[in-house]
Design a protein around this ligand. Structure first.
Ligand code: KG4
Ligand code: ZN
Length: 384
């Protein structure tokens, strides 16, 4: 079947068409129009601006999706849209377009939870099968999924498809939100995740002289950064007796460290300081995420540990969680999404819809034909 996905929960206007055949979900087209540049000016997403942009972009994005996929609307079998959670003015654009198309084209419509979409990004590859792992190539249940995005940080246990039990979550900021806030403190702009990751990587590059002496870059310019290399930010809740997270204290710790350094010193060695802070901040987040995931896995014995959400694009996190799984739980599979599908997109929404459809009775499927009259965007939609 051909599934059209639509996603407008935050600052990406996205549409995709996936084709499912037996056990495969192939992506025929995946179009994302990002508003990052627009919101960067404000240091974060402005809901009403996002909605205006979605309204402007959604039709061109849909046109491009259909033309790239080479599929006519009459050959769409199911429409899937992100129903929530997210910014309500933004969600409403996507749900209204999806409802209108469902009514006009007489196609069934299904609403998808945004995080469910992120989880099912793990079942997409650009060309091939949804099946990536295991002896029969299937993702093995139970799955323990670490969801890390701009709005969520959760450990989700799945005994089977579409069955979610949240065993731990952040008590304050989400991991991605912490990346964004720390980037703001350090003047790195929005979104913070990729910017912080890039600064952290620079630290290990030998080709970054800071002080210029007599116009010639000096390789001993690392002098004076000794105190920065001792920076050790807290690892909040790393030893707590539960599976919850807390990242707001970490952001405050970065803020205090920056404030303690005099302006003059900051100007002299500011870039190195920023790199050290970014590297240790990123490592602090990873340490906590990895420790809690492994701890939860030891308790719940999943067959697969999965990663999902925008922060799953972080290469260090992908690597270090993989290494920790291999070392601590050698018999557990490790499943991560293609980085193309880590960030918000609509292919993941269509993939989740496929599994919803597959698990529905004939009567429930029939009800989807009238869903255009019932579906409502819900900014606080719960996963479980
Ligand atoms: O899932 P997503 O695209 O949107 C939400 O559902 O929130 O996640 C966006 C978040 C942002 O906070 C962004 O800074 C973070 O993911 N992010 C990253 C990286 N790329 C995006 N965080 C760390 N490292 C990255 N490479
Ligand atoms: Zn997301």
């Amino acid at each position: 079947m051909n599934i059209l996905g639509i996603e407008t929960s935050c600052d990406e206007t996205a549409a995709a068409i996936v084709r499912t055949e037996s056990n495969k979900v192939s992506v025929l087209a995946n179009v994302v129009s990002s508003q990052v540049k627009l919101h960067a000016k404000w240091g974060g997403v402005v809901p009403n601006l996002a909605a205006r942009e979605h309204e402007k972009n959604i039709i061109p994005v849909l046109e491009k999706t259909f033309s790239e996929a080479g599929v006519a609307p009459k050959n769409i079998d199911l429409i899937a849209v992100t129903q929530g959670p997210g910014l309500i003015p933004a969600l409403l654009v996507g749900t209204n377009v999806a409802k209108t198309l469902s009514y006009l084209w007489k196609k069934p419509l299904v609403g998808i939870h945004h995080i469910e979409g992120h989880i099912y990004a793990n079942y997409l590859t650009p060309t091939l099968s949804l099946v990536r792992r295991g002896s029969k190539g299937e993702v093995k249940f139970p799955v323990l999924c670490l969801v890390v995005s701009g709005g969520h940080t959760q450990l989700v246990l799945m005994k089977k498809h579409l069955d979610y039990k949240i065993i731990g979550q952040t008590l304050d900021d989400a991991a991605g939100e912490a990346f964004d806030k720390v980037a703001r403190i350090l003047g790195l702009g929005y979104p913070g995740g990729p910017a912080i990751a890039a600064e952290a990587t620079k630290l290990n590059s030998p080709y970054l002289p800071l002080k210029i002496r007599g116009g010639i870059p000096s390789l001993d310019s690392r002098e004076g950064e000794g105190e920065f290399s001792k920076i050790k930010l807290p690892r909040p809740l790393i030893n707590s007796n539960d599976f919850n997270f807390s990242f707001s204290g970490l952001k405050t710790a970065v803020l205090y460290t920056v404030k303690k350094i005099s302006n003059k010193r900051l100007r002299a060695t500011g870039y190195r300081l920023r790199e050290h802070l970014c590297a240790d901040f990123q490592q602090a987040v990873i340490d906590v995420l990895v420790a809690k995931t492994i701890k939860a896995a030891k308790k719940y014995n999943p067959k697969t540990i999965m990663l999902a959400g925008g922060v799953s694009a972080n290469l260090e996190l992908r690597k270090q969680l993989g290494e920790a799984v291999k070392k601590n739980l050698p018999r557990t599979e490790y499943q991560i999404p293609d980085t193309v599908y880590s960030l918000d997109n609509a292919a993941m929404v269509a993939a989740a819809a496929y599994f919803r459809w597959k698990n529905m009775s004939a009567a429930s499927r029939k009800n989807l034909n009238k869903n255009w009259s019932k579906l409502e965007a819900d900014s606080n939609l719960k996963l479980a």
